[in-house]
Every structure is written in structure tokens, then in C-alpha cells.
Design a protein around this ligand. Structure first.
Ligand code: HH2
Length: 302
């Protein structure tokens, strides 16, 4: 296989009958929910393979935590973390790289990533030049300080306006595949997060496919707690994660970014089926019925 062939292989159009599921692979010691679990290269690769077997449509490889308060890592260290994992998983699934560093983005795409997950919403020129997809996420400030009293006059207008302006600019400058993501938890209070989730249908109607990441995030700890003032532990947020992912998909999100792939695939399948004109018939392992192209017209998948 020539260098780059796997990129083309992983970029072909495929019709899918449900919203897409992006599995999170944090090759970090300090991510908020799975820090240290997949810091070891072999464990990270095994986790990626596992998520592929669980049905993840995209594996999102990150080498720098963006949790509130996180300290940045050097370019060399981030490259050391993500490149061997991307190289090992290339050709097995569609890969995205979760980075804000131009050099890491370029190297990851060379190594086989075909989607640039850009929480800084600033790297579209690389996506255009490298013919990769681009995720444009909204963040207020930087991870280290973003949760220090974030304020908006109108969070929906400001976040949506920012995303649509950036996405249009990227399209004009040659990016063919653009996702917009409201950036749940990135410089937002509990109320901001819920308001943005409530207004997802509005964002989804703006003409760009929407990606949403709520998985295990802090606001769920408060949202799902039994009593005011309490918080549910990060390890006990599966129900809240799947419930909010399901809401997002019903509200028009075409992809959700999650740590718990099998449960989310079940929810995504349910959402896909609910949108079909007639239910699919399931016989044993085979699934019959009409093909339902959620995102298949303009969204590249593995
Ligand atoms: N959330 C996180 C990281 N990257 N990218 C997009 N597009 N949307 C998100 O909501 C998003 C993201 C934070 O989650 P996680 O990667 O699990 O944690 P950490 O940043 O601590 O590694």
C-alpha cells in the first residue's frame, strides 16, 4: 500500500442508517474521565481496535486534555502520544485527530487521520490544504481558564453566529466537509450548556452537519444528581451521557462524540429507526428495510 492509500480508502462515502458515533481515544495521563487509562501506546491501540469492533464510525485520537484547568503539553510530546496510535489504527476505521496545534494536525493527517477535530476553530486552512474534514468547535477562552465565570449576552446567538461565520469562511476557502459543534463545557456554565442543547434544532437547520459532545461531562453530574447541591461521580454518568446524546441526535446532530460506544450505538440505531418511514425488520443478525442516509449525502464516513 502506498503512503496515503489508506486515507483515500477511509474517505469513501458510505450510506448509514443512523447518526454517526465518534469514539473518544485520549492518549493522555490527565483527561477528565479516562486520564491514564490509555496513556500507554499498546493500551491506546487496543482501545481503538475495541471501539472499532463496537461499531464506532470515527475514532477521535487526542494527546492533550482540554478539561477545565488543563495545562498545555508541548508539540513534541503531543506528537509522541498520538502519531504511533494513528499509524497503528489507520485503515481500520476513519480517524480524527483532536488537536489545536498546526504541526500535530498536519502530521496526524499524513499518518492517516482524515478529520481534524479543532476545538480552537482556527485550523481550517490545514484542512483545506490537506483535503481533510474539519470540526469547528466553539470555545470561550482557553481550557486553563475557560470556566472562570464565562458570560454571554445571548449564548445561543453568540455561539451559533460564531460557528456559522467560521464554517462559511472555511467553505469559501476550500474545506469540503465541515462540522459545527457548540462545545458543551468549553467556557460555559451549567445553564449555558442546557440552553445550547435546547437550541440544537436551530443550529442543525443552519446547513452544516452538527457534532455534539456531552459524554461524562461535569454538567451531567449536576443534572442527574438526586438532590440539589450534589453531583454524580464521573464514573456514574452513563445514563446522562446516553440520554443527552439521544436528545442531541433527535434534535438533529449527525454525530455524537462519546466514551461509551456500545450504549450510544444502540441509542443512535433507535434514533435512526424512529426516523424511518416504516420500522426496519430485524431477522437474526440481518437487518432489512430501506437505507436511511443520515448524513450520507455530504458526510464522509469510514
Ligand atoms: N470535548 C472534549 C474534547 N474534545 N471535541 C469536540 N469536537 N467536542 C467536544 O465536546 C469535545 C472535544 C472533552 O472531553 P474528553 O476528550 O473526554 O476530555 P479531555 O479533554 O480531558 O481529554
Amino acid at each position: 500500500m502506498r503512503k496515503g492509500d489508506h486515507v483515500r480508502e477511509c474517505s469513501t462515502l458510505r450510506a448509514v442508517s443512523r447518526p454517526l458515533v465518534m469514539g473518544v481515544l485520549n492518549v493522555t495521563p490527565d483527561s477528565f474521565s479516562d486520564g491514564g487509562c490509555f496513556f500507554d501506546e499498546e493500551k491506546a491501540i487496543a482501545r481503538g481496535v475495541e471501539m472499532v469492533s463496537e461499531g464506532a464510525d470515527v475514532i477521535d485520537v487526542g494527546g492533550e486534555s482540554s478539561r477545565p484547568g488543563a495545562e498545555p503539553v508541548s508539540e513534541a510530546e503531543e506528537l509522541r502520544r498520538v502519531l504511533p496510535v494513528i499509524e497503528a489504527l489507520a485503515g481500520k476505521a476513519r480517524l480524527s485527530v483532536d488537536t489545536v496545534k498546526p504541526a500535530v494536525a498536519e502530521a496526524a493527517i499524513e499518518a492517516g487521520a482524515t478529520l481534524l477535530n479543532d476545538i480552537s476553530a482556527s485550523l481550517w486552512a490545514i484542512a483545506a490544504r490537506k483535503k481533510a474534514g474539519w470540526v469547528c468547535m466553539h470555545m470561550r477562552g482557553q481550557p486553563r481558564t475557560m470556566q472562570d465565570d464565562p458570560r454571554y449576552d445571548d449564548v445561543v446567538r453568540e455561539v451559533h453566529g460564531f460557528l456559522i461565520e467560521r464554517a462559511r469562511r472555511a467553505r469559501e476557502e476550500g474545506v469540503e466537509e465541515i462540522w459545527v459543534d457548540p462545545g458543551i463545557g468549553f467556557g460555559k456554565t451549567y445553564e449555558h450548556n442546557l440552553t445550547l442543547l435546547r437550541h440544537l434544532p436551530q443550529l442543525a437547520s443552519a446547513g452544516f452537519p452538527v457534532l455534539v459532545g456531552t459524554s461524562r461531562k461535569g454538567f451531567l453530574g449536576r443534572l442527574t444528581a438526586a438532590n440539589a447541591g450534589e453531583t454524580v461521580d464521573v464514573g456514574d454518568r452513563l445514563a446522562g451521557s446516553v440520554a443527552t446524546a439521544t436528545w442531541a441526535m433527535l434534535a438533529g446532530a449527525r454525530m455524537v462524540r462519546v466514551h461509551d460506544v456500545p450504549a450510544t450505538i444502540q441509542a443512535a440505531t433507535l434514533v435512526g429507526d424512529c426516523r424511518l418511514p416504516s420500522p426496519r425488520v430485524r431477522t437474526g443478525t440481518s437487518v432489512g428495510g430501506p437505507s436511511f442516509g443520515v448524513g450520507s449525502e455530504e458526510v464522509r464516513t469510514a
